[in-house]
Design a protein around this ligand. Sequence first.
Ligand SMILES: *Cc1c(COP(=O)(O)O)cnc(C)c1O
Length: 791
Amino acid sequence: MKDDILNRLQFSLGKDADHASVYDWRMAVSLTVRDQMVDTWFNSTKEAYAASSKRVYYLSMEFLIGRLIEDMISNLQLEDTVRGALTDLGQDFDEIVHDEPDAALGNGGLGRLAACFMDSLATLGIPAFGYGIRYEHGLFEQSFAQGQQVERPETWLNQRHAWEFERPEVQFPICFGGHVDHHDGKTTWHPSEKVLATAYDTPVIGWKNEWGNTLRLWSAEPVSQFDLDSFNRGDYLAAGRSEALARTISRVLYPDDTTDSGKELRLKQEYFFTAASIQDLMRRYLQDHDDLRQLPEHVAIQLNDTHPAIAGPELVRVLVDEHGIDMAEAIPLARACLAYTNHTLLPEALEKWGEWLLGRILPRHLEIIRIIEETQQREHPGSPRILEHGDVRMGELAFIMAHKVNGVSALHTELVKETVFADLHRIHPTRIINQTNGITPRRWLYNCNPGLRDLITDAMGDGWVADLEQLTALKAKRDDAAFMQAFQASKRDNKAALSNWIGQTCGIALDPDAMFDVQIKRIHEYKRQLMNLLETVALWNDMRDNPDHDWTPRVKIFGGKAAPGYYMAKDIIRLINDVAEVINNDPATKGRLKIVYPPNYNVTMAERLIPASDLSEQISTAGKEASGTGNMKFALNGALTIGTLDGANVEIREHVGSENFFLFGLTAAEVMERRQHHGYARAAIEASPRLQRVLGQIAEGRFAPHDTGRYHGVVGMLYDHDYFLVTCDFDSYFDAQRRADNAYQNADNWAAMALMNTASMGWFSSDRTIKGYARDIWNAHPPRAAMDRSA
Ligand SMILES: *Cc1c(COP(=O)(O)O)cnc(C)c1O
């Protein structure tokens, strides 16, 4: 390993050890590790071909993968070797790991799910490709200026990306615009714009280096670097047109989280990566098959949300226009390959495109969508429409072109059946199924929490890493005093390490014995960071009123970004920072209450915070969080949840036991009912003196003394609409927090509850989720029977 690293340093980086920077060392290590995966990767491809396996194609607009170096090293079981080699070379392993920039090619949960799924597919040995976009700029970098969010472009590709292989030979033309000709039964699309999609492959190697799949990200390039003819004619703009389009398509990730951004470029991005992926999988299929009617036996295409929903019409177009299959046959054939995952019930997040816009960019696809619509109406008169009020509704399109539609938690799936797709569900009663989300235990325990990982492995071996339900054996350890002491110590160590980091980065000193109460996720009204903050102010008031009470010291930690155009979310960020400024400087609550909000929440920060958390805030308005996966990461790492009956919280609570979970708030049914009552927010505020006082303080400018009107909008929103029922759940939330305070006072009992969480979370491994998709949706199997742990 040492020689390999030095060779790489010399011959790939052109540096000698004396002059190498951290970056040089990191690249040398990464390339050395990458070399070691290539055999597994090639062999997996060969085996999948030899067995003529069905392949899974996971189409996702986002892959929030974060850093890869630790994942790669641990899945290859090279941790000790690499550490040892670097020590011998006088280098610091951790410094090198921390030098890798996060690949932030996603906004939040949806993109992180795709990344966890890639890890599980490889670990389970299921032949699969992840397909997405190689954005030049991932999710923006967040900083705070006077408490307000500032966005700057993210630049992960300023340095070479160590893990990818450029595939200049894997390149497909992607067309836009123009018009369609119908002649003698033959249809021809004459596009007006064209770019090329070039593949960049990152190998994804599963646990213990047994199987490797590919994450294939597409980058846009101009058709010809430069149109010399146009240039010589003096048409300088035309000469650069394809270049300009190509440069924009894969340039930025849309930072909109959950809202339909309705931008032409966004539609082009969606079509760009979907069409490239379909050309790629068709080429692979036709290499060793000639009967397209067998396509569904070899190809499973999963649509992660509606962003790639154009895959339906695109696959039909390829089958009909390029391979001469009848339309009537092509539609069911495409459907048998396609499945769709729904991620949200929020109406503003359901994608729609104006018919005129879609028809201008993809004229042939609009024709095909009309035929799909007619076919659906003929077969199921009165079916909900794809085309309505001049819009193309992508949810309906995805549903109608999928043989299975899945929700992402038990509650969410029932709500999908009852609300967004109620009418389609009546027509297709077996199409909607549930697959509760999961997280990969490799990243979210094994790598991010070495203390707890080693404790568990010492107690039971490492079988749990690929079979997480083995953790139930830990339940017996709750009466083992030595184990419980070590369990508590590992949490204490993680909290001390986090305190150091917060001290360095935020300049705030924390007490590692205080309760670390953490809410990290996108800032969104339905996630109710505002309710958490109001509770913090109420607690502060109570602490000041009763200074002699035996208060449980708390550290409130927030993390998360707001979409740049989401003004209410940005006001909430500013309010958190303003309140922190006042409370953190109040001598009356010193040592008892602190608020920290480290900027630029991302995967790496999650890996740092979650192992150091005592309390996990999962407090969304019931019925609004489809699943959540942050909730799973915390519980697995031994944090207790304070939460509503929403998304996967419901199932987490069933698994960990209601006595190990702080439940509060209205249920989804009660939320819907409460919204019918006119003036519910005002009534709730008037019934809660504690909440009234907090809102009064904020409205008076207690936290913005030089700009007292700053939060009138926020307070007014709570009085007048409060669509997410912060006011209605406030008292119940406050009470649950006091139950948590009391429980924390008994450290041994708290630790036992935490252990019950870790021990009960095995079912939430994304390995279990992927087995469910493979069985119920894809009918996909590992070609290597020995790896078929699902048998
Ligand atoms: C897991 C994760 C999320 C999703 O968190 P939720 O609490 O489920 O919304 C978002 N961002 C990052 C960086 C994550 O790691």
